[in-house]
Write a protein that binds this ligand. Sequence first.
Ligand SMILES: Cc1cc2nc3c(=O)[nH]c(=O)nc-3n(C[C@H](O)[C@H](O)[C@H](O)COP(=O)(O)OP(=O)(O)OC[C@H]3O[C@@H](n4cnc5c(N)ncnc54)[C@H](O)[C@@H]3O)c2cc1C
Length: 498
Amino acid sequence: MNYTTKVKKVVIVGGGTAGWMAAASFSKLLGNSIEVTLVESEEIATVGVGEATVPPLILLNRYLDINEQEFMTAVKGSIKLGISFENWGNIGERYIHPFGYTGKDTWAASFQHFWRRGLDIGVNYPLGDYCLEYAAALQNKFAHMPNSALTYAYHIDAGFYAKFLRNIAEKSGATRIEGKVEEVILDSAQHIQSIRLASGAIIEGDLFIDCSGFRALLIGQALHTGFEDWTHWLPCDSALAVQVESTREPVPYTRAIAHRAGWRWEIPLQHRVGTGVVYCNRYMSDDEAQKTLLEQIEGRPIAEPKIIRFKAGQRLKYWNKNCVALGLASGFIEPLESTSIHMIQRGITRLIQMFPHDGIRACDIDEYNAQMKTEVVTIRDFVIMHYHLTARDDSAFWRYCKNMPIPESLEHRIRLFRETGKIFVESPYKLFAEPSWLNVMVGQGVIPERHHVVANEMTETELKKFLEEHRHYVKQTVQKMPSHHDYLQYYCKAGDWN
Ligand SMILES: Cc1cc2nc3c(=O)[nH]c(=O)nc-3n(C[C@H](O)[C@H](O)[C@H](O)COP(=O)(O)OP(=O)(O)OC[C@H]3O[C@@H](n4cnc5c(N)ncnc54)[C@H](O)[C@@H]3O)c2cc1C
């Protein structure tokens, strides 16, 4: 059913990363047509994590006219060239999932086919030797290189990021209201008419954005939008997060270190390290998780560890009636590949593309929901793959992951790569393109059984030369880069911005 009221008043509930990303984007990009109000409550803390990002955040920064140096200084940020996965395939093994390209492709066959044939003729260098981001990460290097640009993302302090965005939002005309939402008032068609705050104030709106985090006050509690549960594929359901003092220079990658019932993250910022364990409560108690965390961290904790419970899955509708959910209110695929902030960004940019100025139409809602689901399901498969492609047999958790049935779409992708070396990522909304799937599959021990015949068009000598030239280019380029730490000092040394 269509809802013909013109959309002028947008009300955002929640002032975490999702709320302020939405407020900054809507007010900056649509501020002449709509009024943006954000309601948040100082009584209710934000989730307080969410500090590793993926490269498309650079695009959002561009849309918002954000100067990168100011941004990185304000969020006390560091560079992320990928994620170091430790103990995932087997205990003691490590690989990096790098951003950017690995090797050079031809239109007929991607780089892995040439690399795979190389193995047959005795060229045994790891894939990472052919990837700038991989090699730079391993050597703790970074620079903005004019002719060999690295693909990168950021590590950010979530609290400073929200403040930074709030500044942009308020300068662009958004209004912030402090207050706790106590009631969501629906009209006779079950659309949201207004929200009532603890102060008694009533805030009316045409379109409501639910950024209230796991509480999902509007989309879940008021509109009863169902939830698709993915815990049978992504069994981790708890995290214990803590911030610690830095004990060394920040590395340009996130660390994801597997333990016996999940993994631990390490996100190095300029002023501290964000860390925590993600675990499956069925296989690890909270006390054991705390012990695992405290045994492994290097720096002194700055605050008490905090337990966060979650459930992997998505809302059956991201947009329901006159409410769009962003961030944790819309679902969560656990933090392994740091994709949640990205999906907030995708939700915002998609909603702007489809913005219902003239009234909310069912066809817009259906299109929005279909696109969000296609995108999230591909990311979901990618994350499941990390758990499933393990050789670990040392705990009940890893045995479950190794043997669990996986989505057919993923089963097919792994089989295709294993048997033929081919990877196709056809979705137009792909966050993780072919090189990402390649690096994770190879990193976790899947070596294709054969290569594409195009790789045989080169003689052995030509193939060796082709591989060696690219490896040499990567080596030489990385050699010229300064250390990540020196670059941060020069480019964006964190000051006392607030
Ligand atoms: C362990 C863990 C690690 C993560 N790591 C990453 C990562 O590395 N990268 C990444 O992209 N994502 C990560 N995420 C996800 C990321 O944290 C979130 O996507 C992001 O912080 C957005 O959260 P949010 O704004 O939806 O919710 P929240 O931060 O929880 O904000 C909710 C807001 O709603 C307000 N609110 C709630 N109830 C009311 C009420 N009744 N009245 C008024 N206001 C109310 C609160 O005050 C708050 O302002 C991680 C998540 C977890 C659990």
